[in-house]
Design a protein around this ligand. Structure first.
Ligand code: B12
Length: 211
């Protein structure tokens, strides 16, 4: 854990965050550790927001800062572009929900395991989910949802995928703040996790079991 890096991000100090990030990359620090620090920093930002010390604008800037650090990390680290498995995983945040930092962390962690991920972004409509599944024929579809108001949107996406006959040979994993056992059963997903690391482990288990 790099406290200075976490502090720079949670203080939303872009210049310092980037400077420390480049030093970490130069020193060969494991990108998963860097990603984990970004996760911790964002939790701190979220806490400051909930305590009334940060405003929505601060959240947006912090979210953009982390997204841009992750984009740089993808360019800097071969391990994020080197895939070791053929199966594809499509990941997106459901429509009416623009939260994407957690989803981006999950995507980066999957890629760092050599998995072949197609990130279809945030606020993704049912139609776009269907198009992506039809086009990429993924072994796994990951759906992220943070707002409690999008539970029925996720249910609709999964139901529509099933109606289109695209559910066969594909597992669906839910993630984000709202993912839990009841929600998973309600929307008829195969699994869920509130934690990117556990989510990656579930995906790898599914792929290794050949599902
Ligand atoms: C940052 C943030 C924002 C940013 C988002 C920036 C961005 N580009 O993503 C901005 C400012 C845009 C925003 C907007 C809004 N937000 Co907001 N936001 C947050 C905040 C502070 C942090 C969310 C976050 O990024 N967490 C950090 C990440 C790392 O955690 P995570 O998303 O859970 O992801 C982890 C896991 O869930 C997992 N994961 C994520 N996706 C997936 C997918 C799969 C498949 C798997 C397996 C795992 C996985 O991996 C991650 C790492 O472990 C939370 C408060 C909080 N404490 O969570 C509120 C919060 C989520 N927001 C909230 C609200 C209400 C809103 C707004 C409606 C506010 C408004 N009035 O306009 C809008 C929503 C607009 C919309 N239509 O989506 C509420 C939601 C309440 C609720 N019950 O639904 C919260 C809880 C704040 C609060 N306490 O009121 N928000």
């Amino acid at each position: 854990m790099n406290k200075k890096f976490i502090e720079a991000i949670s203080n939303i100090d872009e210049e310092k965050s980037k400077m420390i990030y480049h030093r970490l990359i130069r020193d060969g620090v494991d990108p998963n550790l860097i990603t984990n620090d970004m996760n911790i920093a964002l939790q701190k930002v979220a806490r400051l927001y909930e305590e009334g010390q940060y405003y929505i604008a601060d959240l947006i800037i912090a979210g953009d800062l982390i997204t841009s650090l992750m984009q740089e990390m993808r360019r800097d680290c071969d391990m994020f572009t080197f895939t070791t498995r053929d199966e594809r995983i499509v990941v997106g945040t459901v429509y009416d929900d623009i939260h994407e930092v957690g989803k981006n962390i999950f995507v980066s962690m999957l890629r760092s395991e050599g998995l072949n991920v197609i990130d279809i972004g945030a606020d993704v409509s049912t139609r776009r989910f269907i198009q992506a599944v039809r086009k990429h024929k993924p072994a796994i579809l990951g759906i992220s949802g943070i707002l409690t108001t999008v539970i029925d949107n996720i249910k609709e996406v999964i139901h529509s995928i099933e109606m289109e006959g695209l559910r066969k040979n594909m597992k669906i994993i839910l993630g984000g703040n709202i993912a839990d056992e009841n929600f998973c059963r309600y929307v008829k997903a195969d699994g869920y996790s509130k934690d990117a690391i556990e989510g990656v482990r579930i995906c790898i288990d599914w792929l290794e079991a050949g599902n």
